[in-house]
Design a protein around this ligand. Structure first.
Ligand code: HEM
Length: 530
């Protein structure tokens, strides 16, 4: 009995000790958590906010305003702030970095400090979209940057062939004006042309494959836009229910399994002689797979879908913006036609000819400057508390970016040359600097650009493709593809807006993305002087 009491006393003592320890540990952890949170909050407080204060109520309203009015919020911050400012979005702050020196720090900081891929994972909600296997080992990025870019001259006849066929399928060659909502047509053309180099014929023309890639692109975009509207803790719950991406991936596996298995078996039979395989992205993905485990149908399909996501949405939007400009300004089409005619008469429909089309490059660069796909770029997440050279510290976990739209229209920076003010669309802004002629006449001596800022040449304040070692790997391919599409289109078609309006139909802004007008329609007919 005494022994039992003693045991109970010991247990009670242990319990008292354990619970006291537990309470102490809990209290210390809570204090630590409050201190860390408080410290981070203080860091945010020190960065001026735009459209709200630091309190939850005004930042809630600012986050609502962000959804439709992000462009003016960014401009307001850019005009007022020196250095950094912050914007409220649904689940967090976004710290916007301004000024040449601080932006240089943003794009050049090492991954351990400011991380691009973490930011892209968060922005695209990759957990619910691309799948982690693909984003954790993104070897396809090096393939796009290296093999795809190097192969452009060799593969441009195939690209041209696909552009010609797909335009003729989508817009026909009617001598009567026909009305089109351009976006779905251009999506299909971009998808076909890109996939001619990604998976080759006949798959690039397979209607189910085209529908799948366009659907996947829209779905990723929809997933990220929807989830961005919810606080972080709700995103993982909702994310599971709103995405259909698993089904899309299965569709890709069904469609691509025969091609992939055929290529793998050719490799087995030919003792890994890669020259037996077609020269396209799928082959390069097979060749460069870092380990054998990744050389399977599912992972190859996931990678093709991700690359299509990168390629289709941005190039489609860029082309449609320009199409609206050209439809509203027939005199620009005339000038471009003359340049394209001259260059192709001399060099044929080659990359050399495209490289010589300075006005075409200029209008493309102007389009990307004024109607870039996103209002901010150089997305990064701070992996630790990070202090900029102006002494301002952003807390670990902060999302950072550079204000593309405001930088692109800041007339005080060296980038925006030209006769027109920076907020005016001036198609020949960038070609004027290398030739005195602005009318498209005297085309003799048309040369490849030497001193001209090209559409694909990034800089700290020209950011449609980002900048630095993590800039868009597909931009040279996109540049050639878009130039080919515009050059072909204006040589073979006339275009006008269905409804006359002064200039281009207004853009649509959702959060930080900028899209062409979704309602506007164009009228197209075959060009007679062909
Ligand atoms: C007009 C067309 C395009 C635009 C405006 C564009 C823009 C961008 C931007 C802004 C980024 C992120 C860079 C940053 O924020 O710092 C990016 C990344 C990327 N782009 Fe593009 N892009 C275009 C076309 C393409 C094409 C055609 C491909 C594929 C062939 C492609 C593949 C990618 C990939 C894979 C990434 C992620 C890079 C990484 O993870 O390091 N893009 N693009």
């Amino acid at each position: 009995m005494t022994g039992a009491l003693n045991d109970t006393e010991v247990l009670l003592k242990q319990f008292n000790f354990n619970s006291a320890t537990f309470i102490a540990v809990f209290a210390v952890s809570l204090l630590y958590w409050i201190a860390v949170k408080g410290r981070r909050r203080l860091m945010y407080y020190r960065i001026p906010s735009v459209g709200c204060g630091n309190d939850p109520l005004t930042s809630f309203w600012a986050a609502k305003r962000f959804k439709t009015d992000c462009k003016s919020l960014i401009q307001e911050g850019y005009d007022k702030a020196r250095g950094l400012f912050k914007l409220a979005i649904a689940d967090r702050w976004v710290v916007i970095v301004t000024g040449k020196e601080l932006i240089r720090e943003l794009w050049s900081a090492p991954d351990e400090k400011l991380n691009f891929h973490k930011a892209i994972d968060e922005a695209t909600k990759s957990k619910f979209s691309f799948g982690t296997a693909v984003t954790e080992n993104a070897y396809h990025v090096n393939i796009i940057r290296g093999r795809l870019t190097r192969n452009i001259p060799e593969l441009s006849p195939e690209l041209l062939d696909e552009v010609v066929c797909s335009f003729s399928n989508e817009f026909q060659h009617s001598t009567e004006w026909k009305t089109f909502s351009p976006i779905p047509h251009i999506q299909r053309i971009v998808c076909r042309a890109s996939n001619r180099l990604f998976v080759g014929l006949p798959m690039c023309r397979n209607a189910s494959y085209i529908r799948l890639n366009i659907g996947y692109t829209l779905e990723v975009w929809y997933t990220q836009q929807t989830l961005n509207g919810y606080p972080a803790f709700l995103q993982s719950v909702i994310g599971r229910y709103i995405t259909n991406i698993g089904t899309r991936t299965k569709e890709a596996v069904n469609l691509l399994t025969p091609i992939i298995e055929e290529r793998l078996s050719i490799l087995t039979c030919s003792n890994a002689d890669y020259s037996q395989l077609p020269n396209d992205l799928l082959t390069w993905l097979i060749i460069d797979t870092p380990n054998k485990k990744g050389r399977n149908v599912l992972e190859l399909c996931q990678r093709l879908l991700v690359v299509n996501f990168g390629a289709i949405h941005s190039a489609t939007n860029t082309f449609v913006h320009l199409l609206f400009h050209l439809a509203a300004n027939p005199s620009w089409v005339k000038i471009l036609r003359e340049e394209v005619k001259y260059a192709t008469e001399v060099d044929g429909w080659t990359k050399t000819a495209l490289d010589k089309m300075q006005k075409l490059d200029s209008i493309l660069r102007e389009g990307l400057r004024m109607d870039g796909v996103n209002l901010w770029s150089l997305n990064r997440v701070a992996m630790e508390d990070y202090t900029f050279s102006n002494g301002v510290t952003v807390p670990k976990g902060a999302l950072l970016a550079a204000p593309t739209s405001a930088l692109h229209t800041d007339g005080s920076t060296e980038q925006i040359m030209g006769e027109q003010p920076p907020d005016v669309f001036d198609p020949w802004r960038f070609s004027r600097s290398c030739r005195s002629d602005s009318e498209g006449k005297h085309l003799e001596g048309l040369e490849t650009h030497s001193n001209m800022a090209l559409a694909t040449t990034t800089s700290w304040n020209y950011l449609p493709f980002g900048h630095g070692k993590l800039s868009c790997p597909g931009r040279f391919f996109a540049g050639i593809q878009l130039k080919l599409m515009i050059a072909h289109f204006i040589q073979h078609y006339d275009v006008k807006l269905e409804k006359r309006c002064s200039g281009k139909p207004p853009n649509v802004y959702v959060g930080y993305s900028c899209a062409p007008n979704q309602q506007a329609r164009v009228m197209v007919k075959a060009h007679q002087n062909m």
